[in-house]
Design a protein around this ligand. Structure first.
Ligand SMILES: [Zn+2]
Ligand SMILES: [Zn+2]
Length: 374
């Protein structure tokens, strides 16, 4: 489950960016893999960095606060993701010059996140479903298992920097001799050199391939909902941690039902006579054909409810309803016989209708009364 980013960093929800940065640096100083070899600390450092990554960007933070999840604002398009070296730089910047007390730079980098959009039916929203999601991604190189070296070989200590990953540069200046530290150009700061890069992955520790993942889509999801599958994104470089897979759902519109919260709403046209006399009509639902009771005297726009046949909300058992809005069809053309019958019907109803209007009052009631008494 996702941990709260504010709690991870130990700051309040209204903390300023500066406070967040300070809190992160303090944690990084004790958790960074370069200072703390404990694997638990590395795991925690990753989480804390993720929290920082989101909360330090105004847009991402706003989105997170609104419940949008981590880093949904500008989605990295593979490869980028969370960059270990950015954090390394930041950390180094906080504790002084980069490289002074640091070991070599690890080759491992976290893999990029992957975003896939998936279309689902309204029926899937009602009941939940499973979908196969196929995407192109990076996976661990089988030949070297992420070591980046040809099988049977291993990296050798860099002779240029003695494995430290840094070299000293001595410069003469007006003020005298100046010594600066710089990443070792021979090993690019890694401290070791791969003499025989793996031929399966050209020494990256991962290869590109097509993967298929089964995604469980719970009922009650919304259009635009993103499902996060941790560690199902790209495998990191040199056996680094994997990125995440995000599946964004798009719900196709349904020809009959529209969703309104947990309810499904539809409009059914009934003949004028059915509305007046009442009837039971069949209605196709996601639970099969149901009987819809139309009471005698139903009015246009009146709703008939079928309980418990709507959407099953996320993390709840009780389903919403189906609400059927009645649309009364008034005939647009009549045969002679129909017209006669309707006129007879009107004549029969005429007096009663007049009287009822009179009782109800209204602007014309008095006038009507007077005309009737003439
Ligand atoms: Zn390989
Ligand atoms: Zn070196």
């Amino acid at each position: 489950m996702n941990e709260d980013y504010y709690e991870l960093l130990g700051v309040s929800r209204d903390a300023s960016t500066e406070e967040i940065k300070k809190a992160y640096r303090k944690l990084a100083r004790t958790l960074h893999p370069d200072v703390n070899p404990d694997p638990d600390a590395a795991e925690r450092f990753k989480k804390v960095s993720q929290a920082y990554e989101t909360l330090s960007h105004e847009d991402k933070r706003r989105q997170y606060d609104m419940g949008g999840g981590p880093g949904m604002g500008d989605f990295p398009r593979g490869g980028a993701g969370f960059d270990f070296n950015d954090i390394f730089d930041m950390f180094a910047g906080a504790s002084g010059m980069r490289g002074r007390n640091q070991g070599p730079v690890p080759r491992q980098r976290r893999g990029g996140d992957v975003l896939r959009r998936v279309k689902i039916e309204l029926r899937d929203v009602v009941f939940g479903t499973e979908q196969q999601v196929a995407f192109r991604t990076a996976v661990l190189c089988e030949r070297c298992s992420g070591s980046c070296c040809e099988p049977g070989t291993s990296p050798t200590r860099c002779t240029a920097c003695n494995g430290s990953g840094h070299v000293q540069r001595v410069q003469q200046s007006l003020l005298g001799q100046m010594v600066t530290m710089a990443p070792c150009p021979t090993c690019e700061g890694h401290g070791d050199v791969i003499d025989k890069p793996c031929t399966g992955c050209s020494g990256h520790g991962r290869t590109a391939t097509e993967r298929t993942v089964t995604v469980r889509i719970p009922s009650g999801v919304e259009n635009g909902t993103r499902i996060q599958l941790r560690g199902e994104g790209e495998t990191g470089e040199a056996g680094g941690p994997s990125g995440d897979l995000y599946v964004e759902l798009s719900v196709k519109s349904h020809e009959m039902f529209e969703r309104d919260g947990d309810d499904l709403v539809t409009t059914v046209a009934v003949p004028m006579t059915t509305a007046a006399l009442g009837a039971t009509v069949p209605l196709e639902t996601f639970d099969g054909v149901q009987e819809l009771d139309i009471r005698p005297g139903s009015q246009p726009g009146e709703e008939v409810t079928l309980k418990g046949l709507g959407v099953t909300p996320l993390r709840r058992e009780r389903r919403g309803d189906i609400r059927v809005v009645l649309d009364v069809d008034v005939p647009t053309s009549l045969t002679e016989q129909e017209r006669e019958l309707l006129e007879q019907f009107a004549a029969l109803r005429g007096d009663e209708a007049e009287r009822r209007k009179g009782h109800q009052g209204g602007p014309f009631a008095k006038l009507r009364e007077r005309l009737q008494n003439l």
